[in-house]
Design a protein around this ligand. Structure first.
Ligand code: HEM
Length: 409
């Protein structure tokens, strides 16, 4: 018998998949009284909730509230953030403020702009492989994909590429859950990232925001309720890009390559035409290997999801890996890795107001990292006994995944 589902329990953090299976089957809209919160386990319910874009569901308690926040029930009263100085993290706003802040910086992450990064990413991947392959053994998550993801962030933020490791390590440190999972985890954990970006914003303000550095200039020039944002507010808003951009792709690439290594026929099929197949395989990797477990919303007006009433102030979390394994959406083999699965719909990047702004970059970066690794490495072995998955209540991903490769003499 499984214990009751609780996202913060050590059992769930150790292996959430049996819990998700149980919830999908028996309690798909599970109520957790301790947190006055619902957990959505089925694909259709998650998509139904995310498709409501009129401000009914807004993360006013944060997208990743810690247990202490959730134990304080709202009792029918929601605390909608104001645009007074200083604004809180931008994800806590609903429309229209969230959309204004998002549109002000998202230009360099749009499809066309991201496409122009392909050669840079490929070059970075190859530089890493030049360095790593002669060693015969390295960590796929951090040493390969992680440093490349960090370098892409440096490029976007106009930092020297030598800062890639600092960016990666600092984001990783912020994402760790304490040995005590009940300890509060707030955006302040990422303070060093915000400080790094604040320096960039300060310099840019002095240079003049003429639109040539759109990631920053859009926010410097934005008028929000008749005022400009200060450097700290802009840095806090942009830190989500650096955090989201550094932590997920590396874990998906490393775990995904491992899934292929476990299935030699699939690996051979992907290798048969790498430029065409790596982007397809990477989508399946995102579906099954994404580390984020859930994100939260707070109900702003009485409503229903899947026919279940939800009242103002209650919270809802959507369980991404559970929805991604829902047999109702992906068929009877939904839990299986199948590199060329046709994925018609997915919620791995969320949907609606908070849809991942890094979507295009993630897919491009991931596909290139997979393609270049497989092109340069004819054989590799994952050292499964030494793989490290650190406890975290919102992520379940391989922080370290050592591989060995034959060394040419
Ligand atoms: C495979 C890789 C990735 C996955 C699976 C992923 C997934 C997600 C998800 C599920 C959300 C929504 C959170 C919510 O609804 O509360 C999100 C938001 C976000 N992601 Fe990603 N992400 C990935 C890569 C990236 C990259 C590469 C970047 C940066 C370039 C990025 C930047 C962001 C940002 C800034 C948001 C907040 C969007 C907003 O609130 O407007 N992500 N991501």
């Amino acid at each position: 018998m499984l214990p009751v589902y609780d996202p913060f329990s050590p059992e769930v953090m150790a292996d959430p998949l049996p819990f998700y299976r149980h919830l999908r089957e028996h309690d798909p809209i599970c109520y957790l009284p301790e947190y006055d919160m619902f957990a959505l386990a089925r694909f259709d319910d998650v998509l139904e909730m995310l498709s409501v874009t009129d401000g009914t569901f807004v993360p006013t308690d944060g997208t990743l509230p810690d247990p202490g926040v959730l134990r304080k029930h709202n009792n029918g009263v929601v605390h909608y953030p104001t645009t007074g100085e200083p604004i809180p993290p931008y994800s806590t706003f609903g429309p229209p403020v969230h959309e204004l802040l998002r549109q002000a910086h998202v230009g360099p992450l749009r499809a066309g702009a991201v496409k122009r990064l392909a050669d840079f990413i490929r070059e970075q991947a190859n530089e890493r492989l030049d360095l790593l392959l002669p060693r015969g053994r390295f960590d796929l998550t951090q040493h390969y994909a992680g440093i490349v993801a960090g370098a892409v962030q440096c490029h976007l933020f106009r930092l020297p590429l030598s800062e890639a490791k600092y960016v990666l390590d600092t984001v990783n440190a912020g994402s760790l859950t304490d040995a005590d999972p009940q300890a509060p985890r707030t955006i302040n954990r990422y303070r060093p990232i915000a400080e790094l970006i604040e320096g960039i914003v300060r310099t840019r303000r002095k240079e003049g925001a003429d639109g040539g550095f759109p990631l920053v200039d859009g926010l410097l020039n934005l008028e929000l309720d008749g005022r400009r944002l200060n450097d700290t507010e802009i840095a806090q808003t942009l830190s989500v890009v650096m955090i989201g951009g550094s932590e997920t792709v590396p874990k998906v690439v490393a775990h995904g390559l491992w899934e292929l290594a476990k299935r030699p026929e699939q690996l051979a099929a992907v290798r048969a035409d790498l430029p065409a197949n790596a982007p397809v395989a990477f989508r399946e990797m995102v579906r099954l290997c994404g580390p984020a477990q859930w994100f939260a919303r707070t109900v702003q007006r009485d409503t229903t999801i899947g026919g279940r009433p939800m009242a103002v102030g209650q919270r809802v979390i959507f369980l991404i890996p559970s929805a991604a394994r829902d047999e109702r959406e992906y068929g009877p083999d939904a839990e299986e890795f199948r590199w060329n699965r046709e994925i018609k719909r997915w919620v791995n990047f969320a949907w609606g107001n908070q849809f991942c702004t890094g979507y295009h970059l993630a897919l491009l970066e991931g596909a290139i990292l997979v393609e270049e690794f497989l092109r340069r490495v004819p054989e590799f072995e994952v050292q499964a006994d030494e793989a490290v998955r650190l406890p975290s209540y919102f992520q379940w991903g391989w922080n370290e995944l050592p591989v060995t490769v034959p060394v040419e003499r």
